[in-house]
Design a protein around this ligand. Structure first.
Ligand code: GAR
Length: 213
């Protein structure tokens, strides 16, 4: 069976990219990463892509006069590569409405919180300040509003009494690295349907939950 042609967009470390690369290395994984795009030339994730022999493109947002021009250049690269699914993995630029509409239901993001809790930045610090018992990550289809959209997978971890933002982030990263490949697999296997603002998986209401003890 043809594997789903996937692009991963990054800005930095690329540990989620690495989790997706590792998942795609299995012969029976139903997706392949055919392009990695970064808006930063020095993103560590570009080295991970190079090691896996995945083509990379860099679009430095500062080189473009407008956000539309930046989005259009990325859009063209994705179209040229025959991309069927885009994974935002720590891509820290907001994509404009035209891009989001053009890729509707083929554009997904991972966010380090249990949305709708804590959209935006500094999620681990905010989760600690709010004294939540569990925290985690969300993989969702991208919509117009930042960190919103139909949820495919959520992975949760406990918040422990002595946690700092760093120890909590490490625990969340571990579940991110399981949640993102799972979401891509479900989509690539054709098991995900988007109905308005909800997701059905195998005909049942989503999301899939991964709850670490
Ligand atoms: C991840 O924690 C991801 O969830 C987050 O950026 C980090 C990227 O790490 N994304 C967002 O905050 C998007 N709103 P990585 O580069 O090591 O994958």
């Amino acid at each position: 069976m043809a594997r789903l042609r996937t692009a991963v967009l990054i800005s930095g470390r690329g540990s989620n990219l690495q989790a997706l690369i590792d998942a795609c290395a299995a012969r029976d994984f139903p997706a392949e990463i055919v392009l990695v795009v970064s808006n930063r030339a020095n993103a560590q994730g570009l080295e991970r892509a190079a090691r896996a022999r995945i083509p990379t493109r860099v679009f430095s947002h500062g080189d473009f006069a407008t956000r539309d021009a930046f989005d259009s250049a990325i859009n063209r690269a994705l179209k040229d590569a025959g991309i069927e699914l885009i994974c935002l993995a720590g891509f820290m630029r907001v994509l404009g409405d035209a891009f989001v509409v053009a890729w509707r239901d083929r554009l997904i993001n991972i966010h380090p919180s249990l949305l709708p809790q804590f959209p935006g930045l500094d999620t681990h610090t905010r989760a600690l300040a709010a004294c939540v018992e569990r925290h985690g990550c969300t993989v969702h289809f991208v919509r117009h509003a930042v960190d919103s959209g139909p949820i495919i997978v959520q992975g949760s971890v406990p918040v422990l009494p002595n946690d700092t933002a760093d120890t909590l982030a490490a625990r969340v990263f571990a579940v991110e690295h399981r949640a993102y490949p799972l979401a891509v697999r479900l989509i690539a296997e054709g098991r995900v349907r988007v109905l308005d603002d909800n997701v059905e998986i195998d005909g049942r209401p989503g999301p899939v939950r991964l709850d670490a003890a």
